[in-house]
Design a binder for this molecule. Structure first.
Ligand code: FES
Length: 505
């Protein structure tokens, strides 16, 4: 159970923007499904260009994974440029870096144009050699960064205990911001440009026919559009084509108080896999916040969030002993593409449905890049970075990763044959969930704090993988493609949009 006894909460305030539910049939030029940074970046570019835009979200505006980011804005590839060049070739790697730098520049321009009060600032980023990492990494990344056109400088360590002289790369002119304040500014600007918003409206299908796209919602309403953009973290429209080329990972974050001025304002990353990431955020009064993240694991393959949070805290306090008290702890989910690059562009097999997914832990810049790429595809028919992010590409050089990540699905289906985690529901403690066998069926059982039992089918409503209990977030996680469900079965995160089914009796 997390500290508050509910789903964890990041330090960011909710997006300051409300919208009604869709309760009528409407038409528009472009419908954007999902109101995180990808959806709102696309919607803003199109609304600014005079397009009639509608944004629809299953929950509140901006209430998805963007509200759980730690918002490092960098055009450095977190898988390393050497890996990216080897995987996709130098031209694509250059295009990726160029597009990510352009995404940061577009955020900066938007902040200025909208006078958005969102703590945006340019700062340096530092990649420092962790104990136990291959010492050759820093030199390798220095060379690879130059090859892709990103400025990287050798630097003499970082201001963390034990790392003052560690081999380090400095990347000038990276950035950070307050993600939900930025989304608030974008949403208001879209509405001012005539855009319409619908919250708490669950989209259940997006279909293209005769150059028109029809979007249906769970309450029976429809949007008819000339084009649709699916920006739902993992795409609700996809079962295999994209889902099999990316895998969900959970990542953890903790925020602490820190005396203002005690650590230079910068982005800090180490070279471990998974790596630690650190940044500062302006706080109230005299103190700021330090946010550390890391301890990633494949979704559903560990249920030890509190232990990972403690490990993150211990690591950070060792490196920076003057840290103040903890303010918040939370987790989020990232989608890792098998060839390191997100999927932004025309949905495979469609002409007028577009998709943005596969943020690879760099969701803020990927989301802003989606704004550039998809708006160009819709307005001009092409984008200079179309090939970089092409959702239909075959990741031929990532065959090993492809097989490894898709083994999760096979393993998940085999679990239906295994015994349950508990032999009887009587063993289930209050506030916990577990998979229990009931004859031929597997049941996802949750007992609330009052002792009441909720029983749902353990089959994810996306493609049927076997869900797993997440004690830290108190939700059911699907290890295959990242769907999440509340204890009572309600779908919380795409690609699934339907609740877990009734438990068979
Ligand atoms: Fe695809 Fe669960 S998310 S089967």
């Amino acid at each position: 159970m997390n500290v508050s006894g509910e789903r964890s909460k990041a330090i960011w305030s909710a997006v300051d923007f409300s919208a009604p539910m869709l309760e009528t049939k409407i038409t528009t030029e472009v419908a954007v499904i999902g109101s995180g940074i990808a959806g709102l970046s696309v919607a803003y570019e199109l609304a600014k260009a005079g397009k009639n835009v509608v944004v629809v979200d299953r929950g509140p505006i901006g209430g998805g994974m963007t509200a759980r980011t730690t918002a490092h804005l960098s055009s450095y590839c977190d898988d390393g440029f050497r890996e990216l060049i080897d995987m996709r070739g130098l031209d694509i790697a250059r295009g990726w870096q160029e597009s990510q730098a352009a995404a940061i520049a577009r955020i900066e321009a938007n902040v200025q144009a909208l006078a958005a009060d969102c703590d945006f600032r340019r700062l340096d980023a530092f990649l420092f050699l962790a104990q136990g990492s291959d010492p050759a990494i820093i030199d390798r990344e220095l060379v690879a960064s130059a090859q892709v056109g990103m400025i990287a400088l050798r630097h003499g360590g970082v201001p963390f205990a034990g790392y003052e002289t560690a081999p380090t790369l400095q990347f000038p002119q990276q950035a950070t911001f307050h993600p939900t304040k930025y989304l608030s500014a974008l949403a208001k600007a879209i509405r001012n440009a005539g855009g319409r918003f619908f919250a708490n409206s669950i989209v259940v299908s997006v279909e293209e026919k005769n150059k028109l796209v029809t979007i249906k919602t769970a309450n029976g309403e429809e949007i008819e559009a000339s084009a649709a953009v699916v920006a739902t973290n993992a795409p609700i429209t996809d079962r295999i084509a994209i889902s099999s080329k990316q895998a969900p990972y959970r990542t953890y974050a903790v925020a602490f108080e820190i005396a203002r001025g005690s650590l230079p304002d910068a982005l800090y990353w180490d070279t471990l896999d998974p790596y630690h990431y650190v940044r500062l955020q302006r706080g109230e009064a005299e103190s700021d916040m330090l946010i550390v993240g890391g301890e990633d694991h494949k979704t559903g393959e560990a249920n030890d969030g509190q232990t990972r949070i403690l490990s993150l805290s211990r690591w950070m306090r060792e490196l920076f002993p003057a840290l103040g008290q903890e303010i918040a702890r939370w987790s989020g989910q990232v989608l890792e593409p098998v060839d390191y690059v997100g999927f932004i562009g025309r949905n495979p097999g469609d002409d007028h449905i577009y998709v943005a997914t596969g943020d690879s832990g760099q969701g803020m810049t990927h989301g802003a890049a989606a704004g550039l790429v998809i708006s160009d595809l819709i307005l001009k028919g092409d984008s200079p970075w179309r090939q970089v992010y092409d959702p239909s590409r075959k990741p031929v050089k990532a065959l090993g990763e492809f097989v490894k990540e898709n083994a999760t699905a096979v393993k998940s289906f085999v679990e239906y044959l295994a015994p349950g985690e508990l032999s009887s529901l009587d063993e289930l403690k209050a506030g916990e969930g577990a998979i229990v066998r009931d004859g031929f069926y597997k049941i996802a059982a949750y007992r609330d704090e009052t002792g009441a039992l909720m029983k749902r089918s353990a089959a994810c409503t996306h493609v049927g993988c076997h869900v797993r209990w997440n004690s830290f977030e108190r939700c059911w996680d699907c290890p295959c493609h990242g769907s999440q469900f509340a204890p009572d079965g309600e779908a919380l995160n795409a690609p699934a949009f339907s609740a877990l089914g009734e438990a068979e009796n």
